[in-house]
Design a protein around this ligand. Sequence first.
Ligand SMILES: [Fe+2]
Length: 287
Amino acid sequence: MKLMKFFSHEKCLDSFILNFLGFQVLRYVLGKLIFWFKYNFFPIDKNNIKKFNQILSSGFDSKSNFLSDNDFNKLKEEFFLAIDNSIDEKQGENISIQMNEGLEYKTLYINETFKDKYPTLFWFKNHSFIKDYFVTCEQKKDYDLYCRLEKILVKNDNTEDPNKDYHFDTFHNTFKCWLFIDKVEKSQGPFRYLPNSNKFSLKRLFFEWKESIKYSLDKKVNASFRTNKNYKNKLDKKSVLMQVTENTLVMANTHGLHRRGDASIGTTRYAIQFWTRENPFKLILNN
Ligand SMILES: [Fe+2]
């Protein structure tokens, strides 16, 4: 049964023996190989590969002035109406408000009910550039896409937030993007990404082996493997800080090393986030 999970998109196998024998490493290598094979010999949307070359090679990219002023202004207006009215409108399971000592994290999924109430947000969910981005980067035409509005208010900058530690989301290529509704300055804790950390390396291979063993011995270890906190300052010097203006689309392969930035108390980030989490082993079957 545990062996069947080998071919799943589960972040890490829950078996000391399998992880010690290097099965997590094998999943990492196979995931990379399958993607490389598909991308080089049977690429989808050849024309778009140039368009997304930067993210496919370095692992991140951004596009300022993403929407026309007119579309962005309509979107922004609907964003604030939707996120502020979401409780009154009884969005039910679509809304999530996580409150802890440090953050108020409010998310709202875009669904069919948006079609009449918030037509620009509904239209944006199916934006052609974003579709192309996921098709080309995932190398799949058929994938599950998630999309939600996000408001992150920082109430205390001293509390533990695991997303502020450098981490790899998972062992295979996986993609996200955010359209920022408001500018993100340094004090607002912009997203940080280490360029080229999405690429295959022996260092990462060994890291996957070591962390998978730790995970199988201690369930408190996060399955999105974290790097040692002692390296945080060093990595901060090498990583790219995504300080952006409003209406900027930030794209990232979060299989690479990244973290949430350090935001000051009282600051808020507003964004629309899209992401996929596909099974890397189905790449050849699911076109
Ligand atoms: Fe992450």
